[in-house]
Design a protein around this ligand. Structure first.
Ligand SMILES: Cc1ncc(COP(=O)(O)O)c(C=O)c1O
Length: 379
């Protein structure tokens, strides 16, 4: 199988991640606890190590500010539902994944918040000036993705972060498609809340993710329960990260995530990004040569991640994806990619498009195989 669905989750993982998972599962997979036995302390150490790595990687204001979650969706829900109050206004975009747009739309329908959904331009980029113009006296939060999971276009979050700070708004960035491929410094970018999965470009296993909570964001309790310490307190201890982390964490997954982040740091994030963007550009060139395929989004590869979506003039996306899987053993992602608004904007709703997302381990050969298959299907 040629796997080109890394925007959904990365595969394969680096060898060091498999080794870390195996070693941890065999020797230290206890329930973490700050006052426990040796194995419990070792498990607690795995969580701490990973938090320190994340703090270094994203230049956070303290490792305790990284709260482990199930995935990026969990982190986004924790952030939005944790900071928004009755009557707040939120600015968001039509590039968002359902994990941002559904919770916001549900709060809007319940009459709790009001919402402005900005449209990306024809190339798939949000204009920071449009964000500035959408601000009202009630605006509390800007919630947006760092890169579109459909178009692969990277958003001008430095400018939008500056606008958010100038207007004393909270800035939530969904880094599902960028954490591990585009450098993110939460302090210089004025990001108050950064939600990201561990299982995509950070190379951890599924079931991992985190929310960074900066000092300006006052987040409400998420789920209350055991915290591996402070058991005498009648209510959830306020200290981070335990305030937001009730229950047994996915310590095995976090041990793997730590190895994944180390891999990205050693390989160098810029190199990984360049590799993936070059593979996307290679595919784009091949599609131009073959003809009959329309690729979406602008073509400035420096402002893109490796994700590329296109449609065929001849076949619906689902059929094309099915043929690639069944007849050519190539895994791509047809459909709406949990991002219906942008598919409406680019005119691919409801059939969707075919999304190809190369990862760190894909090769030019993989892309050439895919291109040959697309040429054959199109012929
Ligand atoms: C932009 C974006 N946001 C959020 C998510 C949700 O991530 P997860 O599956 O880790 O919950 C995805 C997943 O593909 C995504 O692409």
């Amino acid at each position: 199988m040629i796997y080109l669905d890394n925007a959904a989750t990365s595969f394969p993982k680096p060898e060091s991640v498999y080794q870390a998972l195996d070693r941890f599962a065999r020797t230290e997979l206890a329930n973490p606890g700050r006052a426990g036995h040796k194995m419990a302390l070792a498990a607690e150490r795995a969580l701490d190590d990973c938090r320190h790595l994340l703090n270094q990687f994203f230049h956070g204001e303290g490792p305790e500010r990284f709260v482990f979650t199930l995935n990026c969706t969990d982190a986004l829900n924790m952030a939005m539902k944790g900071v928004l109050a009755e009557g707040d206004h939120v600015i968001t975009t039509d590039l968002e994944h359902n994990s941002v747009s559904r919770p916001l739309r549900a709060m809007e329908l319940a009459g709790r918040i009001s919402l402005t959904r900005l449209k990306a331009d024809a190339g798939g980029t949000i204009d920071p000036d449009a964000v500035r113009k959408a601000i009202t006296p009630r605006t509390r939060l800007i919630a947006q993705t760092h890169a579109s999971n459909v178009l692969g276009t990277v958003q001008p979050i430095a400018d939008i972060g500056t606008i958010a700070r100038e207007h004393d708004l909270l800035f939530l960035v969904d880094a599902a498609q960028t954490a591990g491929v585009i450098p993110i410094d939460v302090q210089t970018l004025h990001i108050d809340l950064l939600a990201f999965p561990g299982h995509k470009s950070l190379m951890g296993p599924t079931g991992t993710g985190a929310l960074y909570v900066g000092p300006r964001a006052k987040v409400g309790a998420w789920r209350e329960g055991g915290t591996g310490g402070d058991s005498s307190s009648e209510t959830q201890p306020r200290e981070f990260p335990h305030f937001l982390e009730g229950g047994t964490p996915n310590v095995l997954g976090v041990a793997g995530l730590g190895a994944g982040i180390r891999y990205v740091m050693e390989e160098e994030i810029e190199k990984i990004h360049r590799h993936e963007a070059e593979l996307a550009e290679r595919l784009w060139r091949r599609l131009d040569e073959i003809g009959g395929y329309e690729v979406f989004g602008h073509r400035d590869m420096a402002r893109r991640v490796g994700t590329l979506s296109f449609r065929s003039e001849a076949l619906p996306a689902a059929e094309l994806g099915g043929i690639l899987d069944q007849a050519f053993d190539i895994a791509v992602r047809p459909g709406l990619h949990c991002a219906p608004y942008i598919h409406r904007s680019i005119g691919t709703f409801p059939d969707g498009a075919v999304r190809v997302s190369p990862g760190a381990f894909n090769t030019k050969d993989d892309i050439d195989h895919l291109a040959r298959a697309l040429a054959e299907i199109g012929a």
